[in-house]
Structure formats: C-alpha cells, structure tokens
Design a protein around this ligand. Sequence first.
Ligand code: ADP
Ligand code: MG
Length: 234
Amino acid sequence: MAVMLEVAEFKNAIETDNLWRVYRIGNDIEVPALRGLNLQISPGHYIALKGRSGSGKTTLLNCLSGLDRPTSGQVSVLGYDLAKLNDRQLTQWRREQLGFVFQSFGLLPTLSAYENVELMLRIKGVRARERHDRAMYCLDLVGLRKWVEHRPYELSGGQQQRVAVARALVNRPLLIFADEPTGELDSETAREILGLFQRIVAEEGITILMASHDPLVDDYVDMILQLKDGQLAN
Ligand code: ADP
Ligand code: MG
C-alpha cells in the first residue's frame, strides 16, 4: 500500500546543514566520510561533485537520496526533511521523485532496452498505453529509438548508459543522482553522456547532481562542488 507523501514546496532542490556521516568499524575505529557539509543547490542546474576517490562523493549521494542516514545534521531534498520520513516513505519518495544513474549501468540482462525502461512504470502501476508512450519518448530522447528491442549485451557501453538514462527519466523525476556515470566509458562516449545530461537539464528542467572525478565534466556542468576529505573545498 502506498502511503501519501505530503506535497512539499522548496526553494533549494538540495540543502544540508552541518551534515556528518561517520562510519564505525568495529568498536573503536571511526571513519568520518562527511565532516559538517553545508550545501544549497537551487533547482534546474547540472552540478558536478568532484574529488578524488575516498573524498566522500558516494556517501553524500547516499545521504541525499535517503539510502543512508547521516550521523548528524540536516538533509532537505526537494522540500522533504529526510529525517522525518520512515523507510517506507523514503522508498516511495525515491521511486516517485528521483532518478539514478550508476557507473556500471545496472540494467537487467534478460530484458530488452525497452523492457528495462518500461519496468519502472509497471512497478508504479501505470496503464499499458501510457507506459509504451512514455518509455518510447525517453528512449527517443536518448537517441535509442532503433535499439529498443536489443538486450544489454548487444549494446555498446555508451548505449547501455543511454538506456540507464532513459530509465532514470521515465518516472519524470525532479532530481537525478549520477555516481561516476562515465567511469566505464571511453572519452568520446563519456562526452556524449555528459552532453546528454546537459540537454536533459535544459529541456526537461530537471536538476542533476553527478559525482565524478572525470576532468571532462568541467566542460559541461553549470557548477562544480569540490569535495576534499569530506568537506567542501571551494
Ligand atoms: P568516494 O565516492 O568519493 O570515492 P566514499 O563516499 O565512497 O568516497 O568514501 C568516503 C570515505 O568513507 C572513504 O574513506 C571510504 O573508505 C569510507 N567508507 C565508505 N563506505 C564505507 C563503509 N560502508 N564503511 C566504512 N567506511 C566507508
Ligand atoms: Mg564513489
């Protein structure tokens, strides 16, 4: 049974106040991955979260998408104070308002490109005709109209990532989190994906926060946030 989420209004798509995430290993080892982050990101922007491996990028994305709970501090995303949502509400909120793109694409190998995208709408209970129209619209938007019947193993890495982008878009999210989306792509293909995100932000009015240590991203994004040892460096 779906729970109703109260409609939220927001000025910033993402806001954090003194956000800490400290991992505990055993009884006495503490790893402070995020150390007092204060962030404000207004909607409709394409933002890169940069920083070397281990700087806290993935931890931050997990805290912002409700996949992980902060050790202390506040997180407000799309107008929701995440601490006030229980796990079930968080799952529903994530499904309805967020999209995700990962480094390793994460497609289901036995499903076609079309089925990978359309599945998200089945889960949501959208009726057949609308599922078809919306899935095709998104696959067209990412330039894969001719490839909809193909399975992931029949597609190049860049094409698989395009399917993943279409899948992230299909539920009309307000915000997309991408974690190292070009990590497994050659630089030409990486540029295609980075440019595709740029177009999506401009045309669909979505906010994209992309963790990456790829220097290519500088040419595409509206703003760069630099993380260093769990703190903002700029
Ligand atoms: P990035 O995505 O920038 O590479 P991470 O957020 O993955 O950085 O990691 C930040 C720090 O937190 C690193 O020191 C990492 O080793 C540590 N870390 C990440 N996940 C865990 C975990 N589940 N348990 C313990 N330490 C973790
Ligand atoms: Mg990471």
